[in-house]
Design a protein around this ligand. Structure first.
Ligand code: AVI
Length: 352
């Protein structure tokens, strides 16, 4: 469970203000702090549109974060397990670019930290002088990852950064001068970004790094749609609960009156978008009210709640090139379900 109680994290960096954000609808998921007002505006705008859409960034309140942790342990949700196995098998090679001089592992959205720990343990085992900088817009998530990692790896110096990913990384780069960075953006988080968002995020990360730093990005790969649909429509119904939690949150925080029994969770693969798309379908014709505004839904009308893009090799290549990143290594599982791709900023870099 995410804790909300108090000991304040020792934090480098600053909170990005809401006022500074003017293009919230188009800003990348997970890269900004969002107020209640912003939540209300985004939900109302999304419900007025056709097709109706709710942004998946709003899944992650305390209950949603807990449900996501449960999803990562489901038999059908192969992503987390597979990436963990890849990192475990290739840890030595993955950390090798930062060996031989002081290093800092930067974690963009740490999650429960199990995967990052593998790499930190490996660096420690090789006698590396390493620090750890988790970056997150959520103060409670940051506090939790700091506490957890300090408990598990008491030897480690942790320098948390409360900020969005791009400016957080730039602050780490400055604060950790003289250290090579190993920047981790794991878990297929990039899959919840459109191609445009992913390109601008990676470009921003590339520009925030030195050419000698290394980024490792976790991509979920294109595969048999049957496996994909099972992963997003699990038999225990946890992903459905995760999806419904968004309606609960709207009811609680925005005075909504969604009747959860009147909606169905639906996840489908869309080949021409290389994406899994998740929906809530209205079982019947009904009127729902959010923040005093009425919405008339037809029977079986969809509300889209999430897109999870899946990548081919060619798409990864094109994305990295567009962002000014050069691939230095690719680590895959045997069944080619998932890939962790290591890369470096191209500007003036020698890729030795
Ligand atoms: C966080 N993100 C990468 C997950 C995904 O696979 O798109 C969120 C998720 N949605 C349903 N299950 C997991």
């Amino acid at each position: 469970m995410r804790r909300t109680t108090a000991k304040k994290p020792r934090v480098v960096g600053q909170i990005t203000t809401h006022a500074a954000r003017t293009e919230s609808q188009r800003a990348p998921i997970g890269t900004q702090l969002r107020s209640r007002q912003q939540f209300r505006n985004d939900v109302l705008a999304g419900m007025r549109g056709r097709p109706r859409r709710l942004q998946s960034v709003y899944f992650y309140d305390d209950a949603g974060s807990e449900l996501f942790e449960q999803i990562t342990r489901l038999p059908e949700y192969y992503l987390t397990r597979t990436e963990h196995a890849i990192l475990s098998e290739h840890a030595e090679r993955i950390v090798s670019p930062v060996l031989g001089q002081p290093a800092c592992v930067v974690d963009l959205g740490a999650g429960d930290g199990r995967k990052t720990r593998l790499l930190l343990d490996c660096l420690h085992g090789r006698g590396a002088d390493v620090r750890y900088a988790p970056v997150d817009v959520s103060a409670s998530a940051l506090w939790e990852s700091e506490q957890r990692i300090q408990r598990e790896l008491p030897w480690l110096r942790v320098d948390p950064v409360h900020d969005d990913y791009i400016s957080g990384l730039a602050r780490v780069r400055e604060a950790q001068a003289g250290r090579k960075l190993l920047v981790l953006w794991l878990g297929s988080s990039i899959g919840n970004f459109t191609l445009t968002q992913a390109t601008s995020m990676l470009t921003g990360l590339a520009n925030a790094c030195d050419p000698s730093d290394t980024l490792v990005i976790g991509f979920d790969l294109l595969k048999d749609p049957a496996q994909l649909v099972a992963a997003y429509s699990d038999s225990a119904g946890v992903t459905a609960q995760f999806n419904f939690n968004l309606l609960k949150r709207i009811n609680r925080e925005l005075g909504g009156d969604f009747d959860l029994d009147e909606f169905v969770h639906h996840a489908t693969f869309v080949p021409d978008r290389s994406a899994m798309e998740s929906y809530l379908l209205s079982r019947r014709r009904q009127v729902v009210t959010v923040a005093g505004e009425r919405f008339e839904l037809e029977a079986w009308e969809p509300i889209q709640t999430e897109t999870s893009y899946k990548y081919s090799e060619r798409q990864i290549e094109a994305l990295l090139a567009a962002a000014g990143l050069a691939r230095t290594a690719t680590y895959r599982d045997k069944a080619a379900r998932f890939a962790d791709v290591a890369c470096r900023p191209m500007r003036g870099a020698s890729l030795s």
